[in-house]
Design a protein around this ligand. Structure first.
Ligand SMILES: [Zn+2]
Length: 208
């Protein structure tokens, strides 16, 4: 069995592509059609979420967007990280967005419902075509990479080891993932936060 070490530069989106990839095709930076609008700062695809938005953060991670969330960050911390790492700020707090450094990189999240929050983010940043599930750890936002099956099966319950062929791990916290429960709800999440179906042009075509 040849070990397949994941090089640091490897595209993390390669993991778990087989199953969730069918939901919405992954895009590479070269996929952009020439006429695609780029709305300056609105094209950001990395985020930091405020303390009220933990569920939104997890869903964005699930959909493949690098999203910092910690419940111990205060407003100045959030703004400082956003500026240092060039992230958009997602917040339900007007006060946070009133900070000078936050003004051109903030999005005030309107709804208390997570599906609508996801839809607002994907719409505001024009990201429906960028959904590339399962690249970031839901727990800590670390990168998800493949892990050798032989190693993984020692770390998961026996019934899971028997049931699944492929396993993945977070390079930061070591959490083990498999294509079972973690991805079972992905269909629904993409569906319920999907783009409005007006004009029939919303979803990217399959394949290609
Ligand atoms: Zn993790």
């Amino acid at each position: 069995m040849t070990a397949k070490p994941t090089s640091p530069g490897a595209r993390p989106g390669e993991v778990a592509r087989s199953d969730p990839g069918r939901l919405l095709p992954a895009r590479s930076p070269t996929d952009d059609p020439p006429g695609r609008s780029r709305r300056g700062p609105a094209r950001r695809r990395t985020f930091i979420a405020d303390v009220h938005l933990g569920r939104l953060a997890r869903r964005l991670r699930l959909l493949g967007f690098d999203t910092v969330y910690r419940n111990d960050l205060d407003d100045p911390d959030i703004v400082a990280i956003a500026v240092a790492e060039d992230r958009a700020i997602l917040t339900r707090d007007h006060g946070l967005l009133a900070r000078r450094a936050a003004r051109d990189r903030g999005l005030l999240i309107a709804s208390g419902r997570v599906a609508e929050q996801v839809r607002q983010v994907l719409t505001a940043f024009d990201l429906f075509g960028e959904v590339d599930p399962f690249r970031f750890c839901l727990a800590c936002n670390g990168r998800i990479t493949t892990i050798e099956r032989a190693r993984a099966v020692r770390l998961v319950p026996a019934h899971i080891a028997d049931k699944y062929a492929e396993f993945f791990t977070c390079d930061r916290c070591g959490k083990i993932y498999w294509e079972g429960d973690h991805l079972a709800g992905l269909d629904r999440i993409v569906e319920e936060s999907g783009p409005p179906t007006a004009a029939g042009g919303g979803k990217p075509a399959k394949g290609g």
